[in-house]
Ligand binder design. Structure first.
Ligand code: PEP
Ligand code: MN
Length: 337
């Protein structure tokens, strides 16, 4: 149930609607927009007549939402969600680029990456300290030592930090060092992790599962939102199809689809989306043109010797070229970089 209050509705009128929803066993989530307050009622009752809210003072309209997700739905926040972290805003006018190595490997490696991506115009340093690897014998990440190195490199280069949490026990540790908590594709439906992330007050970057539909992605976001954490950034990172020429199939159409279904920002990861360095730039261009709010790109100072995902990691000069091209594309779709 979504109740849209009139422009300038009084606090007492809003409160009466909240009380009414609560008395009907709805859990109420409030979104205070610039002009309208929207109340999202998530509850067990399906057959409530919206009219009984529409006649209340201060109410503009009331809708029963039939989509399985409510708080992630575009109706809940028609103007879109903007997530502000220090001087960076995701979901606003700016196309925000997050870049760095797949994994943090050494102090020198993460420092080199931070310097190069910052110089090219990235705002956020990416890098995993806990790596979900298909094989237990592959590099698993440096853990806390890696997080510390990444934070220091980011601070020296005026960057924010995004890093992955693989399970709920890692949330307190990763939160100490990272500005955004990443949920990897393999964990998109780890519901215990999602529920815990609903309780933290830090933005979450939620990657689309390898075989997840867009509806499943939005339902996973709903887990986090329904816990009270409204700062979720979605990420299209390619899905598994019958095609074998690329590591995954980059679903560019997911960007406009998500934009119409949801108010949440969406970024694109052309590195995992293609798995091949020479395909990253064209897919980054396509994602920006399709309306992505940002990009997540793997960059390594020596990709041939990277401990993970070297084949899809850009050389720093290729990343600088990517940024130069985005600077041309962004204004064509009403964005700045
Ligand atoms: C990553 O960002 O390095 C990563 C492991 O991504 P994904 O979860 O999309 O495979
Ligand atoms: Mn990777």
């Amino acid at each position: 149930m979504l109740v849209v209050m009139q422009e300038g509705a009084e606090e007492s009128q809003i409160q009466r609607v909240i009380d009414r929803l609560v008395s009907m066993d709805f859990i109420v989530h409030r979104s205070s927009g610039i002009t309208h307050t929207v109340l999202g009622g998530v509850g067990p009752v399906d057959d409530v007549d919206p009219m009984q809210f529409e006649v209340m003072d201060g109410v503009k309209e009331c809708h029963r939402i039939v989509s399985p997700y409510k708080l992630a739905s575009r109706h809940f926040k028609p103007g879109g969600t903007r997530i502000k972290i220090r001087d960076v805003e995701i979901g606003g006018n700016q196309l925000v680029v997050m870049a760095g190595p797949c994994g943090v490997e050494t102090r020198d490696q993460i420092e080199a990456a931070a310097q190069k991506v910052a110089a090219a115009g990235a705002k956020i340093l990416r890098g995993g300290a806990f790596k979900p690897r298909s094989s237990p014998y592959s590099f698993q990440g440096l853990g806390e030592a890696g997080l510390r190195m990444m934070r220091e490199a980011a601070d020296r280069n005026h960057l924010l930090v995004v890093s992955e949490v693989m399970d709920q026990t890692q949330i307190p540790l990763v939160s100490q060092y990272a500005d955004i908590l990443q949920v990897g594709a393999r964990n998109m439906q780890n519901f215990n992790l999602l529920r815990e992330l609903g309780l933290v007050r830090k933005p979450v970057l939620l990657k689309r599962g390898i075989s997840a539909t867009i509806e499943e992605l939005l339902l996973s976001a709903e887990y986090i939102l329904s816990g009270g954490n409204y700062e979720v950034i979605l990420c299209e990172r390619g899905i598994r199809t019958f095609e074998t020429s690329t590591r995954n199939t980059m679903d560019i159409s997911a960007i406009p689809v998500v934009k119409s279904l949801s108010h949440l920002p969406i970024v694109a990861d052309p590195s995992h989306g293609t798995g091949k360095r020479d395909k990253v730039l064209p897919m980054a261009r396509a994602a920006a043109a399709a309306g992505a709010d940002g990009l997540l790109v793997e960059v390594h100072h020596d990709p041939d010797h990277a401990l993970s995902d070297g084949a899809q990691s850009l050389w720093p000069n290729q990343f600088a070229e990517l940024m130069a091209q985005l600077r041309i594309i962004a204004p064509a779709v009403g964005r700045s970089l």
